[in-house]
Design a protein. Structure first.
Ligand SMILES: [Zn+2]
Length: 149
């Protein structure tokens, strides 16, 4: 049963940014197809077409990740995430988080003295006209003194 669920979840692939934004929007709350088209378009800075949204919504629905409301007369269908849909989106977000972490890793500075990673800020110092990043002022001091010897 457990294995079955995992395979089932893997069937919906988030293969592009439109899909990515669609599920994020649904996590905010119920949306109509029209709202999803408008809001994904706004986020991406280009128009999203209904053909990018409705087949994907259908796939999500078939997997039980969203429910479509039964609209009253003149009302639009609203799509809302089910409990398993929320789980799916949250899993996706943590997976993307890992990917983003890996992607930004090489751009992190490393302390010129001890070599540890400096995520933001840190201690910056110009020594002999060269710009160095350290994790802390103690490493900067040790580095300076090491050079003087
Ligand atoms: Zn250091």
């Amino acid at each position: 049963m457990f294995v079955y669920i995992i395979i089932f979840m893997e069937e919906v692939k988030i293969t592009n940014m439109v899909k990515f934004y669609t599920v994020l929007l649904l996590l905010e709350g119920p949306k109509t197809g029209y709202e999803i088209i408008k809001e994904t378009g706004a986020k991406m800075g280009k128009n999203t077409s209904p053909g990018q949204i409705y087949p994907f919504l259908k796939t999500l629905e078939e997997h039980g990740y969203i429910d479509a409301s039964e609209p009253a007369a003149r009302e639009k269908v609203e799509y809302r995430l089910t409990a398993s849909g929320k789980k799916f989106v949250n899993n996706m977000i943590s997976r993307f988080g890992e990917i983003i972490k890996i992607a930004i890793e090489p751009s992190l500075s490393t302390c010129a003295h001890c070599g540890c990673k400096v995520y933001e800020g840190g201690h910056k110092e110009d020594i002999d006209g060269k710009h160095y990043v350290f994790c802390c002022c103690h490493c900067a001091k040790a580095f300076r003194e090491g050079r003087d010897e």
